[in-house]
Write a protein that binds this ligand. Structure first.
Ligand code: URA
Ligand code: SF4
Length: 202
């Protein structure tokens, strides 16, 4: 991990810049190989991530891990983080209900995400789900139509979006994989491009 990323993480772990800081347990900064040519950016931490401080460790994370393996990569070979670093949910007394981060929360948390991506300097960013893709590729991206395509990106040589495991889980039935095979294919496409771009710049 470069010095910059370590310092950035230390500052992010105590961030109180938006209201999500009030009820979070842990800031989920991100983890993995900081030298990886591929960085995965999800939406935001859920319950398990909030408790552990690690990205994609709950049910969606388990599907993501399986998809990485099915794409021929292990989780350790990429870097994984999220658009917002604290769990976003509404509270009914002590009962949390997950909700997508608001545009304000997303915007405020870019103060961590953008320098993080600058420090990682990946060849390819893989946006996991629409909120990440809208944040990093273009605001009007249509995930079901435009997933699996390469786009120019300010923060990497190129970026590609894929379906979120939580969306796939909601959609899958006994006869329909809900888009799981597309997730695997998009991961593989992103990884292959990242490897190719690395070889090209060697
Ligand atoms: N969903 C996400 O988008 N990110 C996580 O870290 C976990 C679930
Ligand atoms: Fe800070 Fe981001 Fe957490 Fe808001 S979500 S408190 S901006 S780290």
């Amino acid at each position: 991990m470069s010095e910059t990323l370590i310092q950035l993480r230390e500052r992010a772990l105590v961030c109180t810049a938006c209201d999500l800081s009030v009820r979070r347990t842990k800031v989920v900064f991100g983890e993995g190989d900081p030298l990886s040519p591929l960085v995965l950016v999800g939406e935001g931490p859920g319950d398990q991530e909030d408790k552990s401080g690690r990205p994609f460790v709950g049910r969606a994370g388990q599907m993501l891990d399986r998809a990485l393996v099915d794409a021929g990569i292990s989780r350790e070979r990429v870097y994984i983080c999220n658009t917002v670093k604290c769990r976003s949910c509404d509270w009914n007394g002590d009962r949390p209900t997950n909700r997508p981060p608001t545009p304000e929360e997303t915007n405020t948390c870019r103060q961590w995400l953008i320098p993080q991506l600058a420090a990682l300097a990946p060849k390819v960013i893989l946006c996991i789900g629409a909120p990440s893709a809208k944040n990093l590729i273009k605001p009007n991206l249509k995930i079901t139509v435009e997933r699996g395509l390469f786009f120019p990106c300010e923060y990497a040589r190129t970026a590609i979006a894929t379906l979120h495991p939580a969306y796939i889980m909601r959609r899958s039935t006994q006869t329909d994989d809900g888009g799981y095979s597309l997730l695997v294919a998009d991961i593989k496409k992103g990884w292959d491009a990242a490897v190719r771009l690395t070889a090209g710049s060697a």
